[in-house]
Design a protein around this ligand. Structure first.
Ligand SMILES: C[C@H](O)[C@H](O)[C@H]1CNC2=NC(N)=NC(=O)C2=N1
Length: 95
């Protein structure tokens, strides 16, 4: 279930804005304003529910920081990459 470091780095080559450290994958988005940021967070929240996979995230005004790992596996799994890809798609649409 838990992916090894090499596999994670290989998969991250498809997600250039994400990085791997502290047993999780991380990214940060800066939006035009708070409203746009919160709108993206709302859309991401529905995707999280659909995948039953939830982020460790923080929002300050127009900045959204997201960290993904799989609690059940105590590490990074394919579910984290699936959600990361879905988040990328949502954020690209918000632009
Ligand atoms: C029962 C368990 O909490 C659920 O299967 C889901 C909920 N969302 C989750 N989210 C994340 N990031 N990791 C999990 O292991 C996880 N488990």
């Amino acid at each position: 279930m838990k992916l090894d470091d090499n596999t994670i780095e290989k998969k991250l080559s498809q997600l250039p804005e994400w990085e791997y450290y502290d047993n999780a994958i991380h990214t940060e988005y800066e939006f035009e304003n708070f409203k746009d940021c919160f709108s993206a967070m709302s859309r991401i929240a529905f995707e999280c529910e659909a995948l039953n996979h939830h982020p460790n995230w923080s929002n300050i005004y127009n900045v959204l920081k997201i960290s993904l790992s799989t609690h059940d596996a105590d590490g990074v799994t394919d579910k984290d990459f699936q959600l990361a890809q879905a988040i990328e798609t949502i954020v690209e649409e918000e632009d």
